[in-house]
Design a protein around this ligand. Structure first.
Ligand SMILES: C[S@@+](CC[C@H](N)C(=O)[O-])C[C@H]1O[C@@H](n2cnc3c(N)ncnc32)[C@H](O)[C@@H]1O
Length: 173
């Protein structure tokens, strides 16, 4: 969704998103504690690639001014050990979101904006995540929830501190 918004956004200089996100730092440390040998990671909706580089992942983004130019619907996620999706689930259509749960065959690492504590001055369309619905979707798709948290302080950015949901889940094959 919002391709034009993201094309314009990544054409501008955003020095505030040069470092990896706190979620990427969290995930890298989690992966180190739960070693998955030579994990093949895909960063879906990788934006400028900051987390992709940090995690040593392959990344795709719909925006031609961001990372590897590809829409999620053009990527096959089946062969990755880890599907990493930060601040992306709320930016997808329902169909694209479903593709992630259908195709992921290993670990899924998600950070997304929650529908709780929303500010009215939104700049672009988002399908904010209801955490109960997300957990249900994952469980219905055979995922085991390994880690879950929802709250403030997870992704502060400039003067914003949105309520976020973090999930690590593993597909039970
Ligand atoms: C909020 S940004 C997050 C970027 C990056 N994950 C980060 O945390 O810095 C959302 C990204 O999702 C991308 N996106 C939205 N819909 C997409 C789709 N259908 N396929 C691929 N990327 C998509 C946008 O272009 C944008 O770069």
């Amino acid at each position: 969704m919002n391709k034009e918004y993201w094309d314009k956004y990544y054409k501008e200089k955003h020095t505030d998103i040069l470092k990896p996100s706190p979620f990427a730092v969290f995930c890298k440390s989690w992966l180190a504690d739960n070693p998955i040998e030579d994990a093949f990671i895909v960063d879906i909706g990788c934006g400028n690639g900051r987390d992709m580089y940090y995690l040593g992942a392959i990344g795709y983004d719909q925006s031609s001014s961001a990372g590897n130019y590809k829409k999620i619907s053009d990527v096959n996620l089946e062969h990755f050990d880890v599907v990493y999706a930060r601040f992306v689930i709320h930016a997808l259509t329902e169909e694209e979101e479903k593709q992630i749960y259908d195709q992921s065959s290993g670990y899924l690492m998600i950070e997304t904006r929650s529908d709780k504590g929303v500010r009215p001055d939104e700049t672009h369309e988002r399908r904010l995540t209801n955490s109960d619905e997300l957990i249900k979707k994952l469980e219905d798709n055979n995922f085991k929830i390994i880690y879950f948290v929802e709250g403030w302080g997870l992704a502060p950015h400039k003067d914003e501190d949105p309520v976020c949901v973090r999930v690590i889940a593993k597909k039970q094959l």
